[in-house]
Ligand binder design. Sequence first.
Ligand SMILES: Cc1cc2nc3c(=O)[nH]c(=O)nc-3n(C[C@H](O)[C@H](O)[C@H](O)COP(=O)(O)O)c2cc1C
Length: 511
Amino acid sequence: MSKLETERRFLLKNDDWRAQAAPPQQIEQGYLSVARECTIRARIIGEMAYLTIKGFITHATRSEFEYPIPKEDARAIIDSLCAFQVKKLRHHVRHEGFLFEIDEFFGANAPLIVAELELPAENTPFPRPDWLGEEITADSRFTNAWLSKHPYSTWAAAQRAAPLSGLCQRLGLTAPIFLAPMAGASTPELAAAVANAGGLGALGLGALCAADAQAAIVATRALTERPFQINFFCHTPETPDAERIRIWQNHIAPHFAHLGALPPQGLHAVYASFLEEPALLELALRQRPAAVSFHFGLPAPAQLAALKAAGILTMVSVTQPSEALLAEQAGIDVLIAQGIEAGGHRGMFDPARDPGYSTLALVRLLAGQTTLPIVAAGGIMNGADIRACLHAGAAAAQLGTAFLPCPESGASALWRNKLLDAPATQITDSISGRPARALLNHWHTRIDVPNRPPHAGYPYSYDLGKQLHTAALRHGEHGFAAYWAGAGAARARRMDAAQLMRTLCDELAQA
Ligand SMILES: Cc1cc2nc3c(=O)[nH]c(=O)nc-3n(C[C@H](O)[C@H](O)[C@H](O)COP(=O)(O)O)c2cc1C
């Protein structure tokens, strides 16, 4: 029989509760399945045993299906089928008519002690005894299911001491690390690896049609039950300017000629803006990812309202205070503060206006201007960088370039090798028609010559850029590639995503 269980959880300030505690019961439980939506566990408590399925509704409220089973069956299930187990003593302490269950973990989770209070509703008032410490209801690191896989004794001191930001708690993360959405590079495999390690996964869907975007989401869901964001481009659509296109083609024509190729006749918008593609909004509403983020501008008010009504967290890249103000006024939930160090496209709403703030300067500036959660992005390569962003006022850090060398990323072998061997980067708007930071190549040295004409507009220039790259590839020439990378590229490390997440968390804990 199912019931709804609403429970708030707390750390304890001291041992004063022990004086009022009844004799404890021993609990042993093993997990048959641990997913974000639902856990299945066998539990032995005293002489009784149960099989329990718990469904996630909010961090405080769960649906619970619990069935008594023979104790010897529970013993066999825990011993033979459950790789992840938790052992604890449960104390009961009554305080002003409220019953606190205090779990004193032992084994790998010692010396953690957590108090739980079952309430009729999340906002039911209750008395707070002097020994009750910080609330951890929304911090999924303290759930029994998470502790069974990541025992408390393995947490570094700083992990124990530093509570996760409200944003990370809301998303159910265990590390304040977001994978940056990277069109073409943040694959389902990379998104899932970051999410499975406790960060926020990401899919950059800006260059895909709705059907391909859906396939990427489905592929990610097959690899992880944990949260990820999906990301779209929200640029103001530009009408093609035939004269500008002609002038830009003339500027590029000698490079096609050098490769024995002809420049294309017309140029096309290689992908649509979220603003003009209703199928992308429908996809987001159907798939309901944890978060949707936007680059190059804001969605339309009706689009934003629909996403928020569906309970989806909304985020937008901002590069300057005026964009942050517009985003806040529009009702966006989270600001991604993208500094000048960032790899890939700069997120300015108006590409002509780049104030060039560094990531840390922008985070500090925005922290003084808004109460919205801020996620720092740009040049963040290790745990010390993440710590610096958190100190500056960020709720989490978003990393792109650091994940490019991972085998799970969509970066080609050449791109990865170049990133690790020749990591100089420069911003140019000549590749796509919008400023973007890439590994230094012919675009910067041969096409961005002084006094070159203006490009053909976004994303029309990108059409030409992609065609020049294809023509060059036929000659084994990679100098016209769009190898996007951030200014921290020289500090990128070759490891798989799970290993990188572990390394970042260890470094963060020690920073
Ligand atoms: C290869 C690559 C592709 C990117 N594509 C996107 C994208 O599709 N959408 C987006 O919002 N940001 C995109 N970005 C920017 C990132 O979201 C983020 O701002 C940046 O990676 C942070 O800087 P870092 O690369 O130095 O970590 C991209 C960045 C890179 C490196």
